[in-house]
Write a protein that binds this ligand. Structure first.
Ligand code: ATP
Length: 231
């Protein structure tokens, strides 16, 4: 399970953005987190991705409480979670080719030897040709770069995937293609998914169930998760 319990987090401890949010995802399950712009969905997604330390509350990953964040997280926990952000240009090093970008997590974890096989498997899965793999971010479209960012998120075969508005900048056909890549990975690997967004139609179609922001953040300090099954 990926469990967030009564998580309070933000950018100023005196005025947290998110108060007492609780959410859990089972292995193989896909959960869509819906909420209005600016409510704190991305901030909470970054907590789930072990990138942002909460002020209070607990995050438990596969039964192990998370005690370190970002580079201080134990490698086993850090590599268990893959993340894709809304704006690929902010998360992609402009100096790297798409091939290097996808391979980045393998290199960072000392698994260089796996690069050729993993890139060869993932590139066609996300719809990138060999020619595109040799280009740098400024030489490809947002959709092509997001395909590479998704491949990078999958390259370590994470047990949990966090998609933070992954398709917000993309057209309908690229959105459908990337959702299909995620769903194929999820079916084959049994990974759990947290998909964050404000497109209710998309998330209800995509996910097993959706969680509404108001119910994820319990009012008055009585945080509860309350999920609506997707019709
Ligand atoms: N690095 C930061 N420093 C200070 N405040 C921030 C930072 N990032 C986000 N915020 C603020 O935190 C609040 C929540 O932002 P967040 O991006 O988590 O919301 P969101 O629900 O994901 O919004 P959207 O749907 O528009 O992406 C906003 O008021 C935002 O201005």
């Amino acid at each position: 399970m990926l469990e967030l319990t009564r998580v309070t987090v933000g950018y100023d401890p005196r005025d947290p953005v998110v108060r007492e949010a609780s959410l859990s995802i089972a292995p193989g399950e896909s959960v869509g987190l819906l909420g209005p712009s600016g409510c704190g969905k991305s901030t909470l997604a970054r907590v789930a991705a072990l990138l942002h330390r909460p002020y209070a509350g607990a995050v438990v990953l596969d039964g192990e409480p998370v005690r370190g964040w970002r580079h201080a997280a134990p490698r086993a926990q850090r590599t268990a979670v893959g993340v894709v952000f809304q704006q690929p240009r902010l998360s992609a090093d402009p100096r790297l080719t798409l091939r290097e970008l996808i391979a980045q997590p393998l290199r960072a974890t000392g698994r260089r030897a796996e690069v050729p096989d993993r890139v060869a498997a993932l590139a066609p899965a996300v719809g990138l040709t060999a020619e595109l793999l040799g280009r740098r971010p400024h030489e490809v479209s947002d959709g092509q770069l997001q395909r590479a960012c998704l491949a990078r998120a999958l390259v370590l075969r994470p047990r949990w995937l966090i998609c933070d508005e992954m398709t917000a900048m993309l057209d309908a056909s690229t959105t459908a293609a990337l959702v299909e890549v995620v769903e194929t990975y999820r079916r084959e690997s049994g990974a759990g998914l947290l998909a964050v967004g404000h497109d209710r139609v998309l998330l209800e179609r995509w996910c097993d169930r959706t969680a509404d922001w108001r119910t994820v953040c319990g009012a008055g300090g009585t945080a509860q998760e309350s999920m609506s099954p997707t019709p």
